[in-house]
Design a protein around this ligand. Structure first.
Ligand code: ADP
Ligand code: MG
Length: 707
């Protein structure tokens, strides 16, 4: 049996109670424990003399206990354990609060190492609650340990570079140190290694056993700086291992998909081309043409398309999707187009219906708001094949919906959907082509990992005639001035959005704020203009009415919570005024900004913020004002928030990683991907690696569906 799979309850130092505690925080096996890395390291190995200690600076000292004991205080249950330590330069008082058991730990004449910060207190200079370690008395035997592993009486908590772990449940940093030490001590000298030997050699990676020891108890001479940047040889080896295993699954998944056969591939005839030309309302941009060509090439192949289209807000993804839909429909396939919100689905529906007016294709809209009777009709027609294109929300993936022959599934703003919903839509057809679209560009650093099994198309170019949006951040105090500016825009015939953040915990309060704001704007600030309120809790009909009226220009100011965030398209709107801009994420602000600048008019994004701004808030607003490039914004957002928050949930296709970090370690990820491809091409290795992926990949990385 793999010694790393040994349950923690058999580990020295773990009783049934502790084992249960550990289980509760997800630590079941020795492997779980050893792959829980220190979050940082402290050098407690360089000793200071007592005379050289300075208040406020953490230091390690080694000395001899002169006196020690519990001292009661005036507060009844408050006890202080006090110790006097001496080295050849002087003596030092150490105190521990409420740890009377220390009386059983320390004795005079012991040699001890203390690590802590010197404080100036009312009781003089002392070191409070220091970390401690008792050194063996001279003459005690020093058994040999394997190289790179701490042997019996090597110190764990002081006197070395010490690993600092994040506390979890009842497991403190100190406890983990002890348990890790015990676990390492019982490991055999050789461990099974998932990394094939040629890779170890090529990548100059340490063997697994010593890497595990060194990552927790760095060997003498290790670089503290390297460790804290996660660049030590041991860390590199173990992170690589994790990434390699992860990439194996992605690469296999992609290969597996290429083995799938569509019932029939799409063909492009002159007739299909002509149909596309008839529908196009404008000339495609260069990027749009390129991407349409990539998509059509995929559709012509015998295996299903799996393509991600990343296009910045306003780059014109809808028409690209429509071109793909036309190709599919001309070939006799049905198409499903899924959008994350009803407003978006409706808008796509309206746009596409207008463009397809003169075509022979029948289309419909299916959302949660579709009445039951109508819904049943639609379901029957989809199953019978008389509806060629259905636009909708996640209602499309619900159970009774089935197709006669679904050939293409389009998923807009895919980051709003879970992996499950995407898979569910795909499952409505027999290996249909899949096109997913996003306006939240995935930073280059993540594209490889999150969507390693997809082909990626990118559109950066905006349609011609757009003016760059002017972005302005102003404190609340400048509100009057902003209102005057908005009035000028309205007088010139433009329209404006005013966006309110809606924080979930206080949705009611926020909604009231938005409602009051709408009233205030309508009555006091812009009495001669029509102001309307749009929010997520409104009835579907009402939302539609308001959105429609705004699109037709009958409403001048749309006060809204974030429901207009994605995809809404009103070219005459030239002002995006964001209230409490400091509460929004960077990508979210960029999306909001993308709602304007869609027509021929100069547009403005005004970010009103509440002073004082936090450091992060300032960074976000600055980043937004600095650049209009969604890809750059995504990179900065990622850097500010970290990959976990970037996509929100783990449903979104982000792997659960134990030791690696997508951002910090992205170079290693690229290496790992290359090596995974090489390894899977090698028949002597591929079998065993694929077996690993089949048995534990999904569970380990919290992802679904390898083939
Ligand atoms: P997004 O990529 O954000 O989904 P849309 O598909 O909503 O963008 O397109 C944004 C706007 O640009 C729409 O009004 C659309 O009609 C227009 N548009 C798209 N492509 C072109 C083009 N090639 N020329 C002119 N206008 C275009
Ligand atoms: Mg869109």
């Amino acid at each position: 049996m793999d010694p790393l799979q040994s349950p923690l309850q058999y580990l020295k130092g773990v009783g049934p109670r502790r084992a249960a505690d550990l289980q509760r925080v997800g630590l079941h096996t020795v492997e779980d424990l050893l792959y829980r890395f220190p979050i940082r390291y402290e050098d407690r190995g360089t000793f200071s003399t007592i005379a050289s200690l300075r208040p406020g600076v953490a230091a390690s000292v080694v000395g001899e206990v002169v006196t020690c004991g519990v001292r009661p205080t005036r507060r009844p249950r408050f006890k202080i354990f006090e110790m006097l330590v001496r080295d050849r330069t002087g003596s030092l008082r150490a105190v521990w609060f409420n740890q009377p058991f220390l009386a059983d730990v320390f004795k005079p004449r012991q040699r001890v190492i203390l690590y802590g910060k010197l404080e100036l207190t009312a009781h003089g200079i002392q070191i409070q609650n220091p970390q401690y370690e008792i050194l063996p008395a001279d003459g005690e035997a020093e058994p040999d340990g394997a190289p790179g592993e701490p042997h019996e009486d090597e110190t764990l908590h002081t006197g070395r570079i010490v690993p600092i772990y994040e506390k979890t449940g009842t497991l403190t940093a100190k406890m983990q140190r002890v348990l890790v030490h015990n676990a390492l001590a019982q490991l055999p000298a050789q461990l099974p290694d998932p990394l094939p030997p040629p890779i170890l050699a090529r990548q100059q990676l340490a063997d697994r056993r010593s890497a595990l020891a060194d990552v927790h108890f760095p060997p003498p001479g290790a670089s503290l700086d390297e460790l804290n940047r996660y660049r030590s040889p041991a860390q590199r080896r173990l992170i690589f291992e994790e990434f390699f295993l992860f990439q194996l699954g992605l690469v296999l998944r992609k290969r597996h998909a290429q083995l799938e056969q569509k019932p029939r591939a799409v063909v492009i005839t002159e007739e299909v081309r002509e149909a596309a030309r008839r529908v196009l309302p404008f000339r495609l941009t260069g990027d749009q043409k390129t991407v349409v060509a990539e998509i059509v090439e995929d559709m012509k192949r015998p295996h299903p398309m799996n393509r991600l289209l990343q296009g910045d807000v306003g780059s014109g993804k809808t028409i690209v999707a429509l071109m793909a839909a036309l190709v599919a429909m001309e070939n006799g396939f049905q198409v499903a187009f899924m959008a994350p919100t009803e407003i978006l689905a409706e808008q796509h529906f309206i746009t596409i219906r207008r463009l397809l007016e003169s075509s022979r294709f029948r289309m419909t809209l299916l959302t949660g708001a579709t009445p039951a009777k109508k819904r049943r009709e639609i379901q029957a027609e989809l199953a019978g094949g008389s509806i060629h294109l259905v636009v909708g929300t996640h209602a499309l993936v619900e159970d009774p919906v089935s197709f006669r022959e679904l050939g293409l599934a389009i998923i807009d703003e895919q980051h709003r959907f879970g992996v499950m919903q995407r898979a569910a839509l795909r499952a409505k057809g027999l290996h249909p082509d899949v096109l997913v679209m996003t306006a939240t560009p995935i930073p280059r650093t993540l594209a490889l990992t999150t969507y390693g099994d997809l082909d990626v198309s990118i559109m950066r170019e905006l349609p011609p005639g757009r003016h760059p949006i002017k972005t302005i951040a102003k404190p609340e105090a400048r509100r009057e001035e902003i209102y005057r500016f908005v009035a000028q825009q309205l007088d010139a015939g433009r329209q404006a959005y005013v966006i309110y953040p809606l924080v979930e915990e206080s949705a009611k309060v926020d909604l009231r704020a938005a409602t009051e704001m709408a009233d205030h704007l309508a009555q006091d600030v812009f009495p001669s203009y029509r102001v309307a309120l749009l929010h997520g809790r409104m009835k579907q009909d009402d939302k539609e009415r308001v959105m429609g009226a705004f699109a037709r220009g009958e409403i001048h100011i749309l006060v809204s919570t974030t429901v207009v965030e994605v995809g809404v398209d009103v070219p005459n709107a030239s002002v995006m005024l964001v209230e409490h801009a400091e509460r929004f994420g960077l990508s979210q602000l960029h999306q909001l900004r993308g709602r304007v600048g869609r027509g021929p008019h100069q547009s403005y994004c005004i970010l009103l913020y509440q002073s004082p701004l936090s450091e992060a808030g300032r960074e976000r607003l600055k980043a937004l004002a600095d650049t209009a490039d969604g890809f750059e914004i995504a990179e900065r957002d990622l850097a500010l928030r970290g990959p976990g928050d970037f996509f929100g949930t783990r449903q979104s296709g982000m792997p659960t990683l134990r030791v690696g970090d997508l951002l910090r370690d992205h170079r290693l990820m690229e290496e790992a991907r290359r090596e995974a491809i090489v390894a899977l091409d090698d028949p002597s290795q591929a079998g065993a690696l694929a077996a690993f992926v089949r048995s534990s990949w999904e569970q380990r990385f919290g992802l679904v569906g390898v083939g």
